[in-house]
Write a protein of this length. Structure first.
Length: 310
């Protein structure tokens, strides 16, 4: 007994299901059995309402393909989920192709290491059809975080060694508008439209790698109230704590090179930022460029002093 055997036309349900008899003039003794069979069929469906068995008889083709009779491409649509009963048990997958000639051939991307086999006996499809979804497209979606919950939204890609957990951003324009945000092998990255190159990546240690240039808005038309560096800036710069060091918060044994933010703040406070927890950070690019220009000016001043008077 199964719901897929029932007809949407009431008059055709007299003997649509071989376990139920609703014929005109049926024997009274069949009423109880028929009612109970209907209850059992509904209960069976209710235990797994997210999957639909449409009564199609699948034929095994390969580990990722099966066929069903007639043109069923409107039902087996790309992106729809499939649950298949095979010799090894149950496998799940997502439809990647659906084509009709004399039969409908369905191609799956099977989850994990599973595969279809010659013992294929049943295919069920997910209740949601991506081609004509009942869920709306949200113009704006807000997820309210639960206090103390680290994951307001979780995308689980732990079983995917190729793509990890990914978010596709489909942009507009004619030139490679799409980008992907991906977490894979301990790295968070932005991947190009062809999914062939990391444009930007950052690891758990905070190391940032970009394929292009890092720039900051610096047009002089946006800047006012210029002030020169103090005359003893070079002397003060020489007093800044610098060298190589290990990070006490990482304890990874890796040596780094840099300056002490506290001592730099005494010389160039504009290049030192204080976070909400009171920890200091350095805008290294800004500080380095100012220092280089001031050193260049000092070199020119010293050159002028050393040049012979003509």
């Amino acid at each position: 007994m199964a719901l897929w055997q029932w007809s949407t036309t009431a008059a055709n349900n007299a003997t649509a299901d071989p376990s139920i008899n609703w014929q005109e003039g049926q024997a009274p003794s069949t009423v109880n059995d028929s009612a109970r069979a209907m209850m059992a069929a509904v209960a069976t469906w209710f235990q797994s309402p997210e999957w639909l068995n449409l009564g199609d008889t699948p034929t095994y083709v390969s580990g990722t393909q099966f066929t069903v009779p007639t043109n069923r491409t409107s039902v087996y649509t790309v992106g729809r989920r499939v649950r298949a009963k095979v010799t090894a048990g149950t496998v799940y997958g997502t439809i990647t192709a659906s084509a009709y000639t004399s039969l409908t051939t369905v191609t799956l991307s099977v989850d994990g290491s599973g595969a279809l086999d010659s013992g294929l006996s049943e295919v069920d499809i997910g209740i949601l059809n991506p081609s004509n979804p009942s869920l709306p497209n949200f113009p704006r979606l807000t997820l309210n975080a639960v206090n103390g919950d680290q994951g307001t939204l979780t995308i689980n890609g732990t079983a995917d060694t190729s793509y990890g957990a990914s978010i596709a951003l489909l942009g507009n324009g004619a030139t490679t508008p799409n980008k992907y945000i991906r977490a894979l092998n301990g790295s968070l990255s932005i991947v190009n439209s062809a999914y062939t190159q990391q444009i930007l990546s950052i690891d758990d240690s905070g190391n940032l790698i970009v394929q292009g240039n890092i720039t900051s808005s610096s047009d002089e038309r946006l800047k006012t109230d210029w002030q020169p560096m103090p005359s003893d800036f070079i002397e003060l710069l020489a007093s800044v704590k610098s060298g190589t060091y290990e990070r006490a918060d990482l304890e990874d044994g890796i040596r780094h090179a840099g300056v002490g933010a506290q001592s730099l703040r005494e010389v160039l406070p504009e290049a030192v930022l204080e976070g909400s927890q009171g920890m200091l950070s350095v805008a290294y690019g800004n500080a380095a460029l100012v220092a280089v220009i001031e050193l260049a000016r000092e070199v020119l001043r010293l050159r002028a002093l050393l040049e012979p008077v003509k």
